[in-house]
Design a protein around this ligand. Structure first.
Ligand SMILES: C[S@@+](CC[C@H](N)C(=O)[O-])C[C@H]1O[C@@H](n2cnc3c(N)ncnc32)[C@H](O)[C@@H]1O
Length: 268
């Protein structure tokens, strides 16, 4: 496989929740800057309609990423006004959950208990989505997720905002400069975080733990992503007459690629 198993700070259970959330808040800003909600709402609208589904269960939601915006866009689509979004995470953050419940929108909720994406038995039925979180799963766990979706005959959409195409040696050579760029980006992106907290400001500008960890995790994410050929390896033996898999670049409305997707769908 091209993918390698580097560590990310976010994956450590001891990692402070406020720093983890500071980092996922920044990913949400990046989503908005890149227009990822547009790509996902376009993909999801078709899947929801074809499968006659009205619930999205997002796994590894972090601070929500672009999913709340995606839901808003789906609600503007004919026939999808009743779609609900349930967000989940292995490390759910109480403040994020409170933020969403305070909005009083009955169509959007965040599960309070930890949900491991590798154990879908805990999760209600619906279209499963993993947005920028599939690379956190080592191959055995990743395959388990795909197998469960297929065995349960449930649709699943996996999206990553980049593609693991860069030669690994080049990635290592560029690492010092890429880390420096990401640290700088955090300083500029932080004011755009929704519901910015004192802790996030403190751990960004005075004690720069968030920029350093965000820069490392952001860079480590790339070689951890499953390349297109790696997905073929994961999917070996998971093809059947009743369930289909498709993958490729995800497209913006103007036809430009933005990230990659893997979609598993029941054929009926
Ligand atoms: C890079 S963040 C992406 C967050 C969000 N989906 C987004 O796009 O902004 C990855 C998230 O996956 C979660 N995660 C990692 N391993 C997980 C697992 N086994 N089950 C569920 N969530 C997991 C992390 O806690 C983190 O919130």
């Amino acid at each position: 496989m091209k993918r390698i198993q580097l560590f990310e700070f976010e994956d450590f259970s001891w990692f402070p929740s406020s720093v983890r959330t500071g980092m996922t808040n920044l990913i949400a800003v990046l989503h908005r800057m890149m227009g990822i909600s547009e790509v996902l709402s376009h993909l999801l609208a078709g899947i929801l309609k074809e499968n006659n589904l009205n619930q999205i269960v997002d796994l590894g939601s972090g601070s929500g990423g672009c999913m709340p915006d995606v839901l808003g866009q789906l609600h503007q689509t004919d026939g999808l006004q009743d779609v609900r979004l349930l967000m989940t995470d292995l490390y759910p953050n109480k403040k994020i959950i409170k933020k969403f419940s305070a909005q009083g929108n009955p169509k959007i909720s965040y599960y309070t208990d930890p949900v491991n994406a590798t154990d879908l038995s805990q999760v209600p039925a619906g279209l499963k989505t993993l947005v920028n979180s599939f690379h956190h799963m080592p191959p055995k766990a990743a395959r388990q997720i795909l197998k469960t979706a297929k065995d349960n005959n449930e649709p699943i959409l996996i999206y990553e905002m980049a593609e693991n195409k860069m030669p690994l040696l080049l990635w290592w050579l560029l690492l010092p400069i890429s880390l420096a760029i990401l640290v700088m980006m955090v300083f500029f992106m932080t004011p755009f975080v929704k519901n910015l907290t004192f802790k996030q400001v403190l751990f960004t500008y005075l004690i720069p733990v968030i920029p350093i960890c965000y820069a490392w995790d952001g860079q480590a994410s790339l070689p951890r992503m499953y390349a297109m050929k790696d997905l073929d390896v994961l999917l070996k033996g998971l093809h059947s007459d009743t369930y289909s898999w498709s993958k490729g670049p995800a497209l913006k409305a103007n036809g430009k690629p933005l990230g990659t997707y893997l979609l598993g769908m029941p054929k009926d």
